[in-house]
Ligand binder design. Structure first.
Ligand code: IPM
Ligand code: MN
Length: 361
């Protein structure tokens, strides 16, 4: 029987509450679909940092490499200055484990309230492939003459061709396998590059040339679109049905996926995968630690549960992943009043139980 070693990092705030439900669903899916999971929990997060001064030590990174996958709850603590935990844990894991893809589906499930007029599950059904190890996130830059009136701050968006090419390759392959044509939802698979070639004339010139070269040479059947990032935001609201697979740099990907998340019902449902196609990947609800809701049992665990779905699909457990998605759809369509914290009509734990029970039956 296939066995997967999974590292679990519940993290901060509501992270642990949603992780409990995600793990519940993971274990149930394993029983039902005949694979085994061996879970190892790690306590990285704000509490540990305040106790020990440690974020994610190098030795932990080495340990994490030995797992088949990582499940992350949330990182971010109100008593720790912004940036310390985010950089020290989340970004460090992404960078050190070379999880160069951040895969973020934007999918509106049935029964979910959508803030966009006249848009439903048919229209909101695409995926963002966000580059996850480069760009502004590399921390290249600095401050000089700090504290003086002449102080200068520089933060550079850095990409090399290798990083851009490997991200584009993943995106083209993804479009080929999971694009609208591949899913029987349209007559072509489309990859759209989201950039800003009119202003970032070095950075997105590199991306656009690489995009067109690779597309022309290796993926001639995939339709290529290009949108500036500002226009992308506009069309994500006005005509989300235009999108199939979007590929973009790290910072634009960060920004447009929050917009995408709100169009699919918010942070209660939005999941993402930090993927190293050749190594260990890490799956997380993208919503953050929501400290004000901690311990109340009101936060929606579906985003964490959907991140388990993505984990299983990445591990090759496709039927288990598909089952979780079906059950989530059933629950949004028939059970939950809303997806927001305190608006589900059920507690965090009841939603997790409900998903697990339907999978087990
Ligand atoms: C995300 C988050 C992170 C990011 C933060 C917490 C560093 O916003 O996963 O989208 O910017 O990538
Ligand atoms: Mn973000």
């Amino acid at each position: 029987m296939q066995m997967y070693k999974i590292a679990v990092i519940p993290g901060d705030g509501t992270g642990p509450e949603v992780t409990v439900e995600a793990v519940k669903v993971l274990k149930t899916a394993a029983d039902k679909f005949n694979f085994k999971v061996e879970l190892t929990e790690f306590d990285f997060g704000g509490e540990r940092y305040m106790r020990t001064g440690e974020t994610l030590p190098d030795s932990a990174v080495e340990e994490l490499r030995k797992f088949d996958s990582i499940l992350l709850g949330a990182i971010g603590h109100p008593d720790v200055a912004p940036g310390i935990l985010e950089k020290g844990i989340l970004l460090k894991a992404r960078f050190e484990l070379d999880q160069y893809i951040n895969l973020r589906p934007v999918k509106l499930y049935p029964g979910v309230d959508c803030p966009l007029k006249d848009k439903g599950p048919e229209e909101i059904d695409y995926v963002v492939v966000r580059e996850n190890t480069g760009g502004i996130y590399t921390g290249t830059g600095g401050i000089s003459m700090k504290g003086t009136p002449n102080e200068v701050a520089v933060q550079s968006a850095v990409y090399n061709r290798f990083q851009v090419d490997r991200c584009l390759k993943y995106a083209f392959e993804y479009a080929q396998k999971h694009g609208k044509k591949a899913r029987g939802k349209g007559d072509e698979n489309t990859l759209a590059l989201c950039g800003k070639t009119n202003v970032l004339t070095y950075l997105y010139d590199l991306w656009e040339r690489a995009f067109n070269e690779m597309g022309e040479k290796d993926y001639p059947d995939i339709r290529r679109d290009y949108y500036h990032v500002d226009a992308t935001c506009m069309w994500m609201v006005k005509n989300p049905e235009w999108f199939d697979v979007i590929v973009t740099g790290n910072m634009f990907g960060d920004i447009i996926t929050d917009l995408g998340a709100i169009t699919q019902g918010g942070m209660g449902i939005a999941a993402g995968g930090n993927i190293n196609p050749e190594g260990v990947s890490m799956f997380e609800p993208i919503g953050g630690s929501a400290p004000k809701y901690t311990g109340q049992g009101v936060i929606n665990p579906l985003a964490a549960i959907c991140s388990v779905q993505m984990m299983l699909e990445t591990l090759g457990e496709d039927s288990a992943g598909a089952k979780i998605e079906d059950v989530v759809k059933f629950i949004t369509a028939n059970k939950l009043k809303g997806l927001g914290a305190g608006q589900m009509g059920y507690s965090t734990n009841e939603v997790g139980d409900m998903v697990a029970k339907i999978i087990a039956d």
